[in-house]
Design a binder for this molecule. Structure first.
Ligand code: HEM
Length: 323
């Protein structure tokens, strides 16, 4: 028998709080306490759905290193999910402050740093010959079709900065999102220059996601990260935030893209000859940041910095200096 006089008053207060909570939704405290009494303890493996998580690495071949390839892609997609989670909080925050924005940007940058630095797992971490063979079983799928990567881009900046450079000045009506979307920069990378025909990889991607992308552009027109930055009160201190946005621009549009490009060079280029990629792009011309020149926040960079965007690494390490 419990001696009531010995019960910690904090417990009694907690019971009162719980009773008030349940009353609000017409529930009864006693029934819920009974439920608690019979409920099983939570176990770590159930909480993180470990069995499900470890059942998702379904390789298409028996090459041992394909497992590394698939798991690293999955890890990257989980980081992308974390990044979108932070972006969404900034975009939907009532009374957004520079401090809240900054805290979230620092998280996003931390995630992207991890992604850029860990790319060695791809570049150095698989046997060349195995990669060469198992990649053929993955045709025509490509990381090019990463919907979360595309969403990060669309939520980060005004859509005009994601339009193919040749059309940025020619496109007269950017308010027609469906029309403007036809000129998103990455379509060019997956379209035959001579025939204008889209690769099958691009066709599949658009069939599945085009509508969602167009909706997202409209939804984020006034709340993408750049617009959120512009809306901050002038008296808010934004120097650190400005620096965090610049860092984000470099991390995603130079560092990550270069780390990724290094893996393409490592596996798809031998003795100066480039192999065809699974997504069928002209990847040597398309992937280097220096050629893509995707800059989310051109207003935060000097002319010279923009001119030199992504230049050093490509020219020195690969001899892709060119135009
Ligand atoms: C050995 C590893 C890898 C190689 C050789 C490689 C190769 C390529 C190539 C050649 C392309 C151009 C499209 C194509 O023709 O397929 C591409 C695009 C892309 N890949 Fe990878 N990739 C690798 C790993 C990854 C990983 C781990 C991710 C993470 C999700 C990823 C995400 C992407 C994205 C987002 C694009 C589009 C980039 C853009 O449009 O600028 N790739 N990849």
């Amino acid at each position: 028998m419990i001696d009531i006089s010995n019960i910690n008053p904090a417990i009694i207060q907690k019971l009162r709080d719980l009773e008030a909570k349940y009353e609000l939704t017409g529930q009864d405290l006693m029934s819920n306490l009974e439920g608690l009494q019979v409920a099983n303890y939570l176990k770590y493996w159930d909480y993180i759905h470990l069995d499900t998580l470890l059942s998702l690495q379904n390789t298409r071949t028996d090459f041992a290193d394909e497992k590394i390839f698939i798991i690293y892609h999955q890890i990257t997609e989980l980081y992308f999910q974390l990044i979108l989670h932070e972006i969404q909080q900034i975009a939907t925050r009532q009374h957004l402050t520079a401090q809240f924005f900054l805290d979230k940007m620092l998280r996003i940058n931390r995630y992207f740093k991890n992604l850029a630095y860990s790319f060695d797992i791809m570049v150095d971490g698989m046997e060349f010959e195995q990669f060469r063979q198992f990649r053929m079983a993955l045709l025509p799928a490509s990381g090019f079709q990463s919907v979360q990567f595309r969403k990060i881009e669309l939520c980060a900046t005004d859509f005009i900065h994601l339009i193919n450079k040749d059309y940025q000045t020619k496109l007269t009506d950017v308010t027609n999102t469906a029309l403007a979307f036809k000129y998103v920069y990455w379509k060019q990378g997956a379209t035959d220059e001579n025939t204008g025909k889209e690769t099958i990889t691009l066709q599949h991607f658009l069939e599945k996601y085009e509508e969602e992308f167009v909706d997202l552009i409209d939804k984020y027109e006034k709340k993408n990260l750049w617009q959120c930055y512009l809306k901050l009160n002038e008296d808010e201190s934004t120097a650190q935030l400005k620096e965090a946005l610049r860092e984000f621009d470099v991390l995603i549009n130079i560092n990550w893209r270069l780390s990724h490009f290094r893996s393409a060079v490592r596996y798809l280029k031998t003795k100066g000859v480039a192999l065809e990629a699974t997504g069928g792009t002209n990847w040597q011309k398309y992937l280097p940041p220096r050629f893509q020149k995707i800059i989310f926040y051109p207003e935060l960079w000097t002319l010279e910095e923009k001119e030199d965007w992504g230049r050093g690494w490509v020219t020195t390490q690969l001899g892709f200096g060119g135009g």
